[in-house]
Design a protein around this ligand. Structure first.
Ligand SMILES: Cc1cc2nc3c(=O)[nH]c(=O)nc-3n(C[C@H](O)[C@H](O)[C@H](O)COP(=O)(O)O)c2cc1C
Length: 243
């Protein structure tokens, strides 16, 4: 097995990060360069990265999601933003703003989300190769509107998630994944027994991660049956990214 694959198979989220560790500037630059070299839809590069190193802004965000210590303990907190403002700039400069189609369908937002996600994974993989660790932090979208104001985000942009990076301060367990048959399909999607998912409940419980206190299927059932929080949709509409 080569080193890259070994590193990928060894991935785990490190939530306990050393608050005293400072990331060398060169390492941060390598991480950001790696992020920007990720594949991107039509080479449109539909995202921006807000690099938060200073404590004040991070502390404000941490106030909104106080269980996510990685936001302040990491050396840096990167916010990945779906950014269609750049497209608006181009279209405006061409005198075509009347026909600007962003916000008329979910497509641009989907492509921007994919672009940002690929860039973020590149950043995380680069960081892990430097013996750093991190946490993708989606919880920040619970305060998407305040966060957008805090970061000065213009129309046609949306803060998708954060990525905290730093020096791991404690070991973390590798989280087993779903049974392969429930995820990988050859040639066409093939149904599988729901019992496979129950099997995964047991796998995770046996892993004894203190974060996995309820069975996985119970967690998923809860997420996809609770009342929908209108915050994300409202903010996306205000940012002119959804009809
Ligand atoms: C879109 C996204 C949002 C996430 N949001 C959070 C978060 O807000 N807080 C957190 O502690 N972990 C968050 N995570 C990390 C996941 O919980 C973690 O990747 C998952 O449980 C698998 O564990 P592993 O990365 O250790 O393999 C997020 C991951 C993704 C991809």
């Amino acid at each position: 097995m080569n080193e890259v694959i070994e590193q990928l198979l060894n991935h785990r989220t490190y939530r306990k990060l050393d608050p005293t560790y400072r990331l060398p500037q060169e390492a941060l630059q390598q991480i950001l360069d790696s992020a920007r070299q990720a594949p991107t839809w039509m080479n449109a590069q539909l995202y921006s990265i807000i690099v938060l190193e200073k404590k004040a802004t991070r502390e404000k965000i941490f106030e909104w999601v106080p269980t996510n210590h990685q936001i302040v303990d990491g050396s840096v907190f990167l916010i990945f933003v779906a950014d269609l403002e750049r497209a608006a700039k181009v279209v405006k400069a061409a005198g075509d703003l009347q026909q600007f189609n962003v916000g008329k369908s979910p497509d641009p937002l989907i492509w921007a989300t994919i672009d940002a996600s690929l860039a973020a994974e590149n950043a995380l993989v680069a960081a892990e190769s430097l013996e750093l660790g991190g946490v993708v932090t989606g919880s920040i979208t619970s305060h998407a509107e305040e966060l957008s104001a805090l970061l000065g985000l213009p129309e046609y942009t949306y803060p998708l998630f954060g990525l905290a990076l730093g020096k791991p301060a404690a070991k973390a367990l590798k989280k087993p994944r779903l049974p392969e048959k429930a995820v990988i399909h050859y040639e066409k999607w093939t149904d599988y027994p729901a019992a496979l998912l129950k099997e995964y409940d047991q796998t995770l419980l046996a892993n004894k991660d203190p974060r996995d206190t309820v069975p996985w299927t119970e967690k998923i059932d809860h997420i996809y049956t609770k009342a929908v929080d209108p915050e994300i949709t409202d903010t996306l509409r205000k940012q002119k990214l959804l009809p």
